[in-house]
Design a binder for this molecule. Structure first.
Ligand code: MG
Length: 416
């Protein structure tokens, strides 16, 4: 059974539902555009999550009050992702809406409901679709399934679906995130429903997979759950962060590594990033790149090198949320980069502090890993614990940091 190698880039978000159960709230506002905090819509959160996981083509499939979605999101960007909005002329169900845009679909794409949030590693979910499967659904064990239909799963394949029942037993529920092949869409009718028509049919053929996560899930379809979104989501966007020095930590320090061919991963480095992604950490790179100041390569080479790193990670279900680099040096040969004691150049903490302004980071549980004294000094100056990496096993070090109770004394350079 083989898996995909080419990273999935496209994410489709279904934002056309009427939201009738929310009553007056959605009479003038599309459900995904309801604000969970001042100026922050539920859809803003979903888009930010999709973009940070490295999907760079986001299509919003709008319907009810679609012009509002268009006004707010059309041709907007989020990180590296371009956003397109497509409004359906009349409701055609989830199947019909997809069928209408099949010319725009990539061979494999992520599909998400716009009115629920399942806080998983989307990139991890987007790898590992068996070649004989047409789709995969993200599932969650639920103690009381009275509100949801359930899914019967065996050996990673979905065998059948059950309607919701009043007695609400334990079961697996679909959480509105799907990885689908375009081939599935070719056979969809319009109108039709993916959940009611297409999925049961391909499940019978054994061509629908399920992946179980026990992560936070919220569907904003009811007044009570929408209230939960308002009270929980602004806080839940905040995550601990892992900061990595680059050369000698993630990749072998070959001396001013900058060509794609220079990239040689340190032992278990990609697995360490994936481990953190799976556990809901932001992951950042903070790297001094004095080679730019010394005229050995330019900033575009740094960015290109980071793009290659990111590509490798995406193929393995992992990602870096942002790369920060400092091209300045006091002895620069290139005049524009000659600045002594630049606030970004480690041991100064500028890059870490900038990440703190640009991302919702929980400082108390964040940390840095570096191989130089200057890395650990930068961490201390930013108020984070810094851990020295001896080059042996990066995953082992990450596990030692985040899996052990805080009372265990690790070799830590500084603490908050
Ligand atoms: Mg280093």
């Amino acid at each position: 059974m083989s898996i995909l190698n080419q990273p999935v880039r496209q994410a489709i978000v279904l934002v056309g539902g009427k939201g009738t159960r929310l009553g007056a709230l959605t009479s003038e506002t599309p459900k995904p555009m309801l604000e969970v905090a001042p100026g922050l819509s539920f859809l803003d959160i979903l888009i930010a999550e999709i973009a940070r996981h490295g999907f760079d083509d986001i299509i919003l499939l709008a319907g009810h009050l679609g012009h509002q979605i268009e006004t707010r999101y059309k041709e907007r960007q989020c990180l590296a992702a371009n956003i397109r909005v497509i409004s359906e002329p009349e409701p055609a169900g989830t199947g019909g809406a997809l069928s209408r845009i099949r010319q725009l679909l990539d061979p494999v794409f992520l599909l998400m409901n716009g009115d629920s949030w399942f806080d998983i590693n989307l990139r991890g979910f987007a790898v590992g679709l068996p070649l004989d499967a047409l789709g995969k659904i993200a599932l969650r064990p639920e103690r009381d399934t009275a509100r949801f239909g359930t899914v019967q799963l065996r050996n990673g394949r979905i065998e059948s679906f059950s309607e919701k029942t009043a007695d609400g037993r334990n079961g697996l529920i679909s959480c509105g995130i799907y990885l689908l092949r375009r081939d599935l869409v070719s056979n969809l009718q319009s109108p039709s429903s993916l959940e009611m028509d297409a999925f049961p049919a391909i499940a019978l053929q054994g061509r629908l997979c399920g992946e179980v996560y026990d992560n936070y899930f919220l569907d904003i379809g009811l007044p009570a759950t929408f209230e939960e979104a308002r009270s929980q989501l602004p806080r839940r966007r905040h995550r601990p962060a892992a900061f990595f020095d680059r050369d000698g930590v993630l990749n072998l320090d070959t001396g001013y590594a900058h060509r794609p061919a220079d990239l040689r991963w340190m032992n278990n480095a990609e697995a360490a990033v994936r481990y953190l992604n799976d556990r809901g950490y932001f992951v950042f790179v903070v790297t001094n790149q004095a080679g730019v100041a010394k005229g050995l390569y330019d900033e575009s080479a740094v960015v290109a090198f980071h793009n290659v790193m990111q590509q490798h990670l995406l193929e393995r279900g992992a990602h870096i949320d942002a790369f920060y680099y400092c091209p300045y040096h006091s002895d620069a040969l290139v005049p524009q980069y000659r600045i002594s004691e630049h606030p970004d150049r480690k041991p100064a903490p500028g890059m870490i502090l900038r990440a703190g302004r640009e991302w919702p980071i929980i400082v108390e549980s964040s940390f840095l890993i570096g191989d130089q004294k200057t890395d650990l000094e930068a961490a201390t100056a930013a108020g984070l614990p810094g851990y020295h990496f001896d080059g042996s096993d990066l995953l082992g070090l990450v596990k030692a940091i985040i899996d052990v109770p805080k009372s265990v004394n690790l070799d830590c350079a500084g603490a908050i």
